[in-house]
Write a protein that binds this ligand. Structure first.
Ligand code: ATR
Length: 270
């Protein structure tokens, strides 16, 4: 019996149980994925309980991605660099923290557009400098022919993030709009456009080149204003739900050693 869960608060509307049920079913194994809506004070008892009665692992979402860390025994490279954990695995009695956001984004992009990973140089603009931006930026930064620039409302946070990256430029949001034409991939990582503020769009996309890809990590709604404008301009888009599915698949793989099959992942996007 595989037994996993999700901690966070609030988590009632999470899509994770549905995704993991599909993965379990596809492997033909018995399992459960449960929601644990915890208060901060309950983290200590929860992690102790996991060690004792053998949850194989759990996902972590807002607001505990950083505050769970003191209760863990070890962190992988990305979790350490990001100071944020979204996946925990119980290994030989120890709780190990991982962060699958960046790798989830890369897998989503690879599945949607494998040509993007050919040898030619690619210029990428990340909008935002929060936790999600950092995970994606660090993972993309490891790919040799990619260079990443950052734009963010608060400049200091953008500058801080670029210190961890190869050569990168920082723009404010207005400057970024003007420079959009030089990017092959533009990734929106802020909460702008997310429910309930669905009528907001962080920057206009008029100057994006036609061969570029425009991506938003917001998945509720699937079609943000940002992606709608890209689509109207005839530009290829990558949805937030794609990243969500792939980061969940990566968690499942960390826990079970099974990689959910690509056809299932494709089907789940619909
Ligand atoms: P997450 O972990 O989900 O990335 P976060 O760390 O709180 O969340 O980061 C939120 C991001 O959205 C930040 O880049 C934030 O910009 P600031 O660094 O200036 O705060 C951005 N953001 C949130 N609301 C915004 C708004 N109304 N306009 C522009 N950027 C916004």
């Amino acid at each position: 019996m595989y037994h996993f869960g999700l901690i966070g608060n609030p988590i009632k509307h999470s899509k994770s149980p549905e995704l993991h049920q599909h993965f379990l079913k596809d492997f033909g194994v018995n399992g459960a994925y449960e929601l644990y809506e915890l208060t901060h004070a309950e983290l200590d008892a929860f992690t102790e309980q996991v060690k004792q009665d053998g949850l194989m692992g759990f996902n972590v979402t807002a607001p505990y991605k950083a505050s769970i860390i003191p209760y863990l025994d070890r962190l992988d490279f990305y979790a350490q660099e990001m100071n944020a954990v979204n996946t925990v695995k119980l290994m030989d009695g120890q709780l190990v923290g991982y962060n699958t956001d960046g790798i989830g984004y890369i897998e989503a992009l690879r599945q949607a557009k494998s040509e993007f990973f050919n040898q030619t140089k690619k210029k990428i603009l990340i909008i935002g400098a929060g936790g999600a931006a950092k995970g994606i930026a660090l993972a993309l930064n490891d790919i040799e022919n990619f260079t990443i620039d950052i734009t963010n409302r608060t400049e200091e946070k953008a500058i801080e993030l670029t210190k961890k990256l190869k050569t990168s430029q920082v723009y404010d949001l207005t400057e970024a709009e003007e420079h959009l034409g030089k990017y092959d991939l533009i990734i929106q990582t802020t909460t702008v456009g997310m429910q309930p503020n669905i009528d907001t769009q962080i920057i206009r996309l008029d100057r994006v080149k036609p061969q570029a890809i425009v991506s938003d990590i917001v998945y509720q709604p699937k079609w943000t204003k940002f992606l709608e404008q890209a689509d109207e301009l005839g530009i290829e888009v990558l949805f937030g739900i794609d990243m969500l599915i792939h980061q969940a698949a990566k968690s499942f793989e960390i826990w079970t050693g099974h990689r959910p099959n690509e056809r299932l992942l494709e089907w789940l996007k619909e």
